[in-house]
Design a protein around this ligand. Structure first.
Ligand code: FAD
Length: 468
């Protein structure tokens, strides 16, 4: 009898535990539901613009993947639980298979689904999208970790991850497959203006592209140790959107690279473990991407509030648009807008600038990233914003203020700035990180605030908050 596979951020055929189990049990009905209701809640987590663009192309690619097995996927719109319960009823399905997702709205849906399915339809939840399911690595007393380094060590102790699963050799389907929406009718792509043109040129979306990228990365991972902090050379994997959408699993990546015994590989592995760590944090604290978790931080006192003064609102917008007068920050924010992706080193610098130099609550940055990143991830984004802000359960980073101009020089960002801030392209290396008033082109803004002033204001606000 039919096996429904509920697809979410696991848009692949290889190492797909839910699909693998379903294909062994009977004819398969893979379903993707565009659910704009469940993620809404009081903290709207419906897909951002860049998410929608990626999703459209990823579903197209997945349809081609199933097509190669003479199978197709069913697209539906609506509330996930009702749609699945309806389909299970209509098909008299034996089971609904899904890989667990840990965002709070998905955990809730998985719980509700247990009761909503008709008698005779089982819910089979699998683990598929992390090296280890959250909660696997625990302290001696069985508690989950809050701090990255001990989490990392514990993960190394319990590695390797599970074995990789092959693409099912056959994917049979029932003869009376349910109707599907047409992807084009979902209007996931921007039309006018089409802000995604550079994204179209830059990314190849989907499972095949993810594997191709992995092949390329296998030849470059050894350079990661030296190159990963240099935005001008881009020596990182750029696999984050493929991982976010589950076009490839971290388990597949781990097994493909495990024999590359270089320092680069060890560091890269530690980044994959960061991804698991972020999910491990959100598993423990589901509202982490929107709640400050450090008692010593008083949100009501520390931040300048953009809703309470148009100057602060203008500063937030200048940051969003890449017009802060800090070339490295502006280059990053413009790369983000153009590609839906930003280099990790620059994400840290840009986030720190918003939080500390502008003293704007980290949540405004987190939301902007959510809307503009193609890899915008509830757990990774929230955890990294809190980490930079020093407002979370791990580091006390607030008083450590990054110097954006020094960072730009240190990590040799001249080429990166020339690419993303074309007004500055003609400046020599000695000027480009911090253009003086004499050489600054008329169409490039002055600094919103000097580094010294921004730094002192942030430290003063921190001191005042603590003394209160
Ligand atoms: P690589 O350097 O090649 O790393 C390999 C993979 O490891 C990445 O694809 C990613 O899946 C994972 N990874 C690497 N660094 C981290 C990290 N610090 N935390 C969690 N996972 C990591 N990453 C996201 O995937 N989604 C986000 O929404 C996101 N928001 C961020 C916000 C801020 C403020 C900061 C500082 C970082 C954020 N990151 C986020 C983490 C990191 O910047 C990106 O994962 C990385 O830049 C993606 O590029 P890459 O694939 O080339 O990474």
């Amino acid at each position: 009898s039919p096996q429904i596979v509920w697809l979410r951020r696991d848009l692949r055929l290889a190492d797909q535990p839910a699909l693998h189990a379903a294909a062994q049990a009977g004819p398969v009905v893979p379903v993707f539901i565009l659910d704009d209701e469940r993620p809404k809640g009081d903290d709207d987590r419906t897909y951002g613009g860049a998410h929608r663009w990626w999703l459209h192309h990823s579903l197209e690619s997945l349809s081609r993947g199933f097509g190669r097995h003479n199978a197709r996927i069913v697209l539906r719109k609506g509330d996930s639980v009702s749609v699945l319960a309806g389909l299970a009823h209509e098909l008299e399905a034996e089971a609904v298979h899904a890989n667990r997702h840990y965002e709070p709205w998905w955990r809730e849906a998985e719980e509700e689904l247990k009761d909503a399915l008709p008698d005779g339809t089982r819910l089979c939840l699998h683990d598929g999208n992390y090296l280890m399911p959250p909660g696997t690595a625990t302290t001696g007393s069985g508690d989950p970790y809050k701090i990255y380094t001990p989490f990392y060590r514990a993960m190394l102790e319990i590695m390797p991850p599970r074995d990789e699963l092959p693409v099912p050799s056959t994917i049979s389907q029932p003869s009376d497959m349910p109707e599907s929406d047409a992807l084009a009718d979902w209007d996931l792509l921007p039309t006018s203006p089409n802000w995604a043109t550079q994204m179209e040129d830059f990314w190849t979306v989907g499972e095949d592209a993810a594997h191709e990228r992995l092949g390329w990365w296998a030849d470059h991972v050894a350079e990661y140790e030296d190159g990963r902090n240099l935005p001008s050379v881009d020596q990182t994997s750029q696999m984050s959107p493929h991982l976010h959408w589950g076009e490839i699993s971290p388990v597949t990546i781990w097994h493909a690279l495990k024999d590359k015994r270089s320092d680069g590989w060890k560091t890269f592995e530690s980044e994959l473990i960061w991804r698991d760590y972020a999910q491990n944090i959100v598993y423990q604290f589901p509202d982490y991407p929107r709640e400050t978790y450090r008692d010593a931080i008083d949100d009501t006192k520390l931040w300048r509030n953009p809703n309470r003064g148009h100057i602060i609102q203008e500063e937030l917008e200048a940051w969003q648009m890449g017009r802060t007068g800090y070339p490295i920050v502006d280059a990053g924010m413009r790369q983000l807008w153009a590609l839906g992706w930003m280099h990790n080193r620059v994400r840290m610098i840009a986030a720190s600038f918003l939080i500390k130099h502008l003293l704007i609550d980290w949540r405004h940055g987190e939301r902007w990233f959510w809307d503009t990143l193609v890899d915008g991830d509830y757990a990774s984004n929230g955890t990294n914003w809190q980490w930079v802000a020093g407002t979370g359960v791990d580091s006390n980073m607030f008083p450590r203020i990054m110097a954006p101009l020094k960072q730009s020089e240190k990590f040799d960002a001249a080429g990166y700035i020339r690419k993303w801030v074309p007004e500055l392209a003609d400046l020599p290396d000695g000027e480009i990180h911090d253009p003086t008033d004499l050489c600054r082109p008329a169409d490039y803004p002055e600094k919103i605030i000097s580094h010294k002033e921004g730094r002192e204001r942030a430290l003063e606000a921190y001191r005042a908050m603590k003394e209160d």
